[in-house]
Design a protein around this ligand. Structure first.
Ligand code: SF4
Length: 363
């Protein structure tokens, strides 16, 4: 650790691996960026020191997977979303099995092992659509993990199917669902959620999906979308809710944060810049002491900031992401190949390795 790092009780707590409080987090957030980064890097090394035969802190992982957005029809109208359409829009769609197969064939041809499948809250698709789709994918591509349906989608399913949430998740699991993405978390503070997505599930509902999924043996990731109407205190509250649930279930495999993308959306807010992104990710790594993995977000920040984020608490470069529709609808579009990811990781001083959804090395 750099000898110039500021000397304080909170810094000592971080260096000693102690859990920090919300007040500590606020103090840390005010540190010079490079010092906060060093502390997050220290916590990353601690979190990963046991992994991969003691070489964990030198390894940065990524996964070869593909986003599939099965429908863009949605009746939630989030103010930060440029992706959704109504059934009256000419470019609304629901993907057929053939469309989805084509996408998975492309993924498999480059060695991909997972699909990240999410969609809008389609008011008319019944449970058979989803169970047929899951069964179809599982039977045709048994080697591909189906990482799908965020907590707001599950809340929507329970309502539309008129079925208890637990039963929906169980039926989906039995049909082939392998794990759950942490989308739709945004900021887990209802006051904030009501301003940016008033029709979406609330904080407790989001957490309840994750609690139930973990209880049923499904792992999930956790996310945070920040840099819009929230205060730093709201981000810390969000992290507190995640840490609390992780203490109970240990079901989260990773945390990913990204910044609000302002293009083509109703919400008017000055988006966070790269420094604020790095600062927030670093703080998240320190606060979430029970999360082993933190992904950098090159998709919203670009490959170079994604690379720098590896020294601000991240130990994973996310996904190759052959296809991305949601962030690109909001005006941000970066693309990189496996070779480019490996080069970016190596340039940052780490060994690039590929992983599966459970962060086991697969190469
Ligand atoms: S973010 Fe999701 S739930 Fe919200 S409008 Fe977009 S597609 Fe619908």
């Amino acid at each position: 650790m750099n000898a110039t790092i500021s000397d304080s009780r909170v810094v000592d707590k971080v260096l000693d691996g102690e859990r920090i409080t919300a007040e500590d987090a606020k103090e840390l957030y005010g540190l010079p960026l490079n010092q906060l980064g060093q502390l997050a890097d220290h916590r990353r090394q601690r979190a990963k020191s046991e992994a991969f035969q003691g070489r964990g802190s030198e390894i940065v992982t990524y996964i070869v997977d593909r986003n599939i957005n099965y429908t863009n029809v949605c009746n939630v109208y989030c103010k930060f979303c440029a992706f959704y359409r109504t059934e009256r829009d000419a470019d609304h769609y629901v993907l057929s099995h053939e469309d989805i197969d084509r996408k998975i064939d492309e993924l498999v041809s480059i060695g991909g092992i997972q699909i990240l499948m999410q969609g809008g809250h389609h008011p008319k698709l019944g449970i058979d659509y989803y169970l047929d789709l899951l069964n179809h994918i599982r039977e045709k591509y048994p080697q591909v993990n189906i990482h799908a349906f965020s907590p707001p989608e599950f809340n929507h399913f329970a309502e539309v199917f008129r079925m208890p949430l637990r039963e929906v998740i169980l039926r989906f699991k039995e049909a082939g669902l392998g794990s759950i993405p942490g989308g739709g978390g945004e900021i887990l503070v209802d006051q904030v959620r009501n301003r940016i997505a008033p029709l979406k599930c609330n904080t407790e509902q989001w957490l309840e999906v994750m609690r139930t999924a973990h209880d049923l043996g499904l792992n999930s990731s956790a996310t945070m979308m920040f840099g819009h109407v929230e205060a730093v205190e709201d981000r810390i509250e969000h992290l507190a809710r995640l840490r609390q649930l992780q203490d109970q279930t240990r079901g989260f495999t990773a945390f990913i944060c990204w910044t609000f993308q302002p293009g083509n959306v109703v919400l008017k807010a000055t988006p966070a810049g790269s420094a604020e992104y790095l600062r927030t990710q670093a703080l998240s790594r320190i606060y979430l002491d029970n999360f082993e993995n933190v992904q950098s977000s090159w998709v919203t920040q670009g490959p170079r900031i994604g690379q720098i984020a590896l020294r601000y608490g991240a130990n994973d470069f996310g996904s190759v992401m052959m296809e991305e529709n949601v962030v690109s609808s909001a005006g941000t579009s970066f693309r990189i190949t496996c070779d480019e990811i490996e080069l970016l990781i190596a340039e940052a001083g780490f060994e690039p390795r590929t992983r599966n959804n459970w962060y086991e090395l697969v190469d």
